[in-house]
Design a protein around this ligand. Structure first.
Ligand code: GSH
Length: 201
């Protein structure tokens, strides 16, 4: 399997985290989105949307959309339940991530980390939506160890990818103890090391 990704991107790191956790072999092909490497003619034949991540499974089987990719990779593993209702709960959080979390947390981070803006340069409406998403997660994780199911699932990996670096988008996790506990649990389980700058310090 070939993975095309920008290693600063949470969407791309989701694929790496799941593949590494499940010991799925892959070749990582670095695509620098700021250098327009996802917009070359060759890349656009892989994904006409011009976005990473993309996986090429061979024999013409190419997949994009991070959450579709990780769900595909996780089939039959502990990261994806077989039970239909539990699977739907995982999907509930994966769809929520793409509509109610990523467009705010990840985009604010993009503006600050990639484009070099200050926190004041973020769009206020995105900041408000991002804060609201973090509040929802804090509430959920106050009563649940993992977001969707009894064990860690792809929903946790997906949401952890950008929540873990939310401070780089100007969001403060220091007063969100349940999210911090859950990030540490994900990091330990995935063996990806500790990220300790939750408050932007
Ligand atoms: N919904 C997509 C979003 C993919 C996405 O936004 N990719 C960004 C990097 S995080 C990208 O490729 N941006 C470059 C561009 O749009 O030109 C997913 O989850 O994979």
């Amino acid at each position: 399997m070939k993975v095309y990704g920008d290693s600063r991107s949470g969407n791309c790191l989701k694929v790496k985290y799941v593949a590494d956790y499940l010991a799925i072999a892959y070749e990582w092909h670095e695509i620098d989105i700021m250098q327009q490497e996802s917009r070359t003619e060759a890349f656009l034949t892989l994904n006409p949307e011009g976005q990473v991540p993309v996986v090429d499974l061979g024999e013409g089987r190419v997949l994009s959309q991070s959450n579709a990719i990780i769900q595909f990779l996780a089939q039959g593993s502990s990261l994806l339940p077989a039970d239909k209702f539990e699977l739907a709960c995982v999907n509930q959080w994966l769809f929520w991530e793409q509509y109610s979390h990523e467009p705010y947390i990840a985009v604010c981070r993009f503006v600050m980390e990639y484009q070099g803006e200050s926190a004041a340069g973020r769009e206020l409406w995105r900041v408000e939506k991002g804060e609201s998403a973090l509040d929802s997660m804090e509430q959920r994780l106050g009563s649940q160890t993992w977001l969707a199911t009894q064990g860690m699932s792809v929903a946790d990996v997906s949401l952890m990818a950008y929540t873990r670096v939310a401070h780089e988008g100007g969001f403060d996790l220091s007063n969100r103890p349940s999210i911090k506990r859950w990030i540490a649990d994900c990091e330990r389980e995935l063996n990806i090391g500790v990220y300790d700058r939750y408050d932007g310090g």
